[in-house]
Write a protein that binds this ligand. Structure first.
Ligand SMILES: Nc1ncnc2c1ncn2[C@@H]1O[C@H](COP(=O)(O)OP(=O)(O)OP(=O)(O)O)[C@@H](O)[C@H]1O
Length: 290
């Protein structure tokens, strides 16, 4: 079912997408819109189709039905030359093979490939873009180290720098906070917000942590068994009833008393606040309120 929405600010959109592996359909009729200057978080349980949907927006998974368009005029993204597409959209995927024998700087510079000619002709913006990408991701100090000797979190930041060096208007991130320590998780989310708010980048990000989504997202798309179950603002989508239903576990949603942010907390069997007769969400609200 497609909806007609305003196209102003539209950067990348998927419409009526059916996606499958070996004829097994895993995403059905999905619609998603990424807008300039906004962060859109894709949420949902394991296997609900988040990565597949994100990859289809990056042209790495060809849809059986539906389309992917770029910009407000709805240009067919699937028809663009790969280099033209790569100047507009980049994806930080969940796992990438680690190349051996190359430095951090080499890998980040690879992000400039859409701007180089066939014979590696001049890319005047390249050095600035590579330097800036390494700076904001905190990898500049390790520029001359081999990537095969980095920790998982360091490598994740290098891949993010590679995406940033690509200097695209659309940034797709698949679970970008995986492997990152507390500081870099927060810094990455701050960076994502800055890219959207200050530089007008359209960001689509798959996250598992609902609190990170509440922290960073302007829009949320909640997937459930390959179907978009809800899409809208954080407050519209992150509700206790909906999350409890989709994730199959009691989820309490409350406003953090210090930060004022929406917080989501799954309540387990051993949670001390739980009692068989009481409503978990009410108990959690009270516990936070005191
Ligand atoms: N390469 C593949 N071949 C076959 N099936 C796949 C492949 N990748 C994913 N799937 C299946 O497609 C469905 C959606 O997977 P996808 O990775 O998109 O979900 P996800 O929501 O990103 O999951 P997770 O949160 O676990 O990363 C799942 O049922 C998964 O088993």
């Amino acid at each position: 079912m497609s909806q007609t929405l305003p196209t102003e600010g539209l950067a990348l959109a998927g419409r009526d997408l059916n996606l499958s592996y070996d004829r097994r359909t895993v995403v059905t009729g999905a619609a998603i819109e990424l807008r300039r200057g906004a962060v859109t978080a894709l949420l949902g349980p394991n296997g609900s189709g988040k990565s597949t949907l994100l990859r289809s927006l990056a042209r790495l998974h060809r849809p059986d039905a539906g389309g992917v368009t770029l910009g407000a005029d709805g240009a067919d993204a699937l028809a663009l030359h790969p280099k033209d597409f790569a100047r507009q959209v980049t994806l930080l995927s969940q796992s990438r093979p680690t190349p051996s024998g190359v430095t951090v700087r080499d890998v980040v510079a690879y992000g400039r490939h859409p701007y180089r000619g066939r014979f590696r002709t001049a890319d005047p913006d390249g050095p600035r873009a590579v330097g800036h990408a390494m700076e904001v991701t905190g990898v500049a100090a390790m520029a001359d180290r081999g990537v095969d000797e980095l920790s998982g979190g360091e490598l994740q930041r290098v891949w993010l720098a590679t995406c940033l060096a690509q200097d695209t208007g659309v940034l797709l991130l698949d679970e970008p906070t995986t492997y990152l320590d507390l500081r870099y998780q927060v810094e990455l989310l701050d960076l994502v917000r800055d890219l959207a708010a200050v530089h007008g980048v359209a960001v689509g990000v798959v996250l598992h942590d609902l609190n990170q989504a509440a922290q960073v997202a302007d829009h949320v798309v909640l997937l459930d068994s390959g179907v978009v179950r809800a899409a809208g603002s954080v407050d519209d989508v992150l509700t206790g009833d909906l999350l409890t239903d989709v994730y199959g576990i009691d989820v309490a949603v409350y406003t953090h008393p210090v930060t004022g942010r929406t917080c989501c907390e799954a309540v387990g069997r051993h949670d001390v606040r739980r009692s068989a007769d009481d409503d978990v969400r009410v108990l959690t609200d009270q516990a936070v309120a005191v």
